[in-house]
Design a protein around this ligand. Structure first.
Ligand code: F6R
Length: 244
């Protein structure tokens, strides 16, 4: 497990974007695992700038997003499908047929979750996965108590996550209560993982993820058992880490 301390959000975003650029340079047909939320927006902005400068191309790549709210159609402004198109897909050359964002409006989620897993397997597995972290230690929407062996599934959002994400909606009552999410084991199958966090409100989760026991109470702690994971943190997010 590697930890990179960054001066600020901008530097963190640039460094993470460089990891994507290197991945695409090594393998233009790379399979990318993508996240939503506030944290990766700077990375996506940086990737768009590199694409527009002719430095990178997504033309042969494939992407899989981590999660989606249940009940939101893809044209809902708070759906993760909509978010990804606004923040990245509309601005780069990733072909739409190789963009996978879990659907929030399926009728048979048992079959659909397996279908999503099968698409990842069929694509050859995820080469590079970017993650944020919830203030409750979640990765994707694997809330405290989720089995570390879990695969793509439907989950109830934790009250903490509903509170945290209320900022994106008109009111807390509008935040969906359920989501479809890749499981912890799905994420752990990625060949390389980067996790980004800024701000003091993430410090407890970062401490538990890096220095706590591997436990489903902080699903990010499972990353301790991954062979190639790097945390990119600002000093506020890293402030509770024990001195080496
Ligand atoms: C988003 C996701 C979540 C977020 C996390 C942090 O696809 O899977 O785990 O990464 O909730 O969100 P932000 O970045 O908004 O603090």
């Amino acid at each position: 497990m590697n930890v990179v301390l960054c001066d600020d959000y901008q530097q963190m975003s640039t460094q993470a974007a460089t990891v994507f650029a290197e991945c695409l340079a090594a393998n233009p047909a790379a399979v990318l695992g993508l996240a939503t939320g506030s944290t990766p927006i700077g990375v996506y902005e940086n990737l768009i700038a590199r694409f527009k400068a002719g430095e990178i191309s997504f033309a042969e790549a494939t992407s899989f997003n981590l999660d989606e709210y249940i009940g939101l159609h893809r044209d809902h402004p708070q759906s993760y499908y909509y978010f990804m198109h606004q923040q990245l897909f509309n601005h780069v050359d990733l072909p739409s047929q190789r963009i996978f964002v879990p659907s929030g409006v399926e009728s048979d989620y048992g079959a659909y979750c397996q279908w999503y897993e099968d698409r990842i397997t069929e694509a050859g597995g995820i080469d590079l996965q970017i993650l944020g972290i919830g203030s409750d230690g979640h990765i994707a929407f694997n809330e405290p108590g989720t089995a570390l062996g879990s695969r793509t599934h439907i989950t109830e959002l934790d009250h903490q996550t509903i509170d945290d994400n209320a900022r994106f909606f008109q009111s807390k009552a509008e935040v969906p209560r359920r989501a479809i999410t890749m499981g912890v084991a799905t994420i752990m199958d990625a060949r390389k993982i980067i996790l980004l966090a800024t701000g003091e409100h993430k410090a407890t989760a970062i401490r538990d993820a890096i220095a706590g026991p591997v436990s489903s109470e902080c699903t990010a702690s499972a990353l301790q058992q991954h062979p190639d994971v790097t945390f990119y943190l600002d000093s506020a997010a890293a402030c509770l880490l024990p001195a080496e």
